[in-house]
Design a protein around this ligand. Structure first.
Ligand SMILES: CC(C)(COP(=O)(O)OP(=O)(O)OC[C@H]1O[C@@H](n2cnc3c(N)ncnc32)[C@H](O)[C@@H]1OP(=O)(O)O)[C@@H](O)C(=O)NCCC(=O)NCCS
Length: 134
C-alpha cells in the first residue's frame, strides 16, 4: 500500500476531547479514495457507493503528521473496491482502517458504466500507454 497523502492535524480538525475529529478524517479519506478511483478508472465521474466498517484504532493529536494509504483490492464490472489505512507518519502507529470502499464508475447519463479495468495501473504504465516518455 502506498501512503501518498500526508496531513497535519490542526486545531480546526479536533473534537471536544482534543483529538482528531472522525468526521475530518473521513472527509480526507473519501476525497483521497475518490482521487485514487478517478486515476485508476480514467474517469472523473465516480461516486462513493459503499464504505464498510470503520475501525478508529487509536487517537491522533494536534501537531501530528498522519498519512493516508489506499490500494485497490478488486475491480468489478462498473465498480472498484479499495482498502484504506491511516497511520502516524513518524511512529507508524495505525489510526484507522477501512476494509472496503466501493466506488462506481458512471457514464454521462449518470448510470453505472463498465470501466474495462482489471488491475492496478501505475503512473509509469499510464505514461507508456499514452506514448509519453518521462
Ligand atoms: C452509484 C449508483 C448509481 C449505483 O446504482 P445501483 O443501482 O446500485 O447500480 P448497480 O446495482 O448496477 O451496482 C453498480 C455496482 O455497485 C456495486 N454495488 C451496489 N451496491 C453495493 C453495495 N451495497 N456494496 C458494494 N457494492 C455494491 C455492484 O456490485 C455493481 O458493481 P459491479 O458492476 O462491479 O458488479 C447509485 O446507487 C447512486 O447514485 N448512489 C448514490 C451515490 C452518491 O451520491 N455517492 C456520494 C455520497 S452521498
Amino acid at each position: 500500500m502506498n501512503f501518498h497523502t500526508r496531513k497535519w492535524v490542526k486545531p480546526e480538525d479536533l473534537n471536544a476531547n482534543g483529538t482528531l475529529f472522525g468526521g475530518s478524517l473521513l472527509r480526507w479519506i473519501d476525497e483521497e479514495a475518490a482521487i485514487y478511483a478517478i486515476v485508476q478508472l480514467g474517469n472523473q465521474r465516480v461516486v462513493t457507493k459503499y464504505i464498510s466498517e470503520i475501525n478508529f484504532v487509536s487517537a491522533s493529536r494536534q501537531g501530528d503528521i498522519i498519512e493516508l494509504g489506499i490500494t485497490a483490492t478488486e475491480f468489478g464490472r462498473t465498480s472498484i473496491t479499495l482498502t484504506c489505512e491511516v497511520r502516524n507518519k513518524i511512529t507508524r502507529k495505525s489510526i484507522l482502517t477501512v476494509d472496503k470502499l466501493v466506488f462506481v464508475n458512471l457514464g454521462e447519463d449518470g448510470l453505472p458504466a463498465p470501466h474495462g479495468r482489471t488491475q492496478i495501473r501505475y503512473i509509469k504504465d499510464q505514461f507508456a500507454e499514452e506514448g509519453r516518455e518521462d
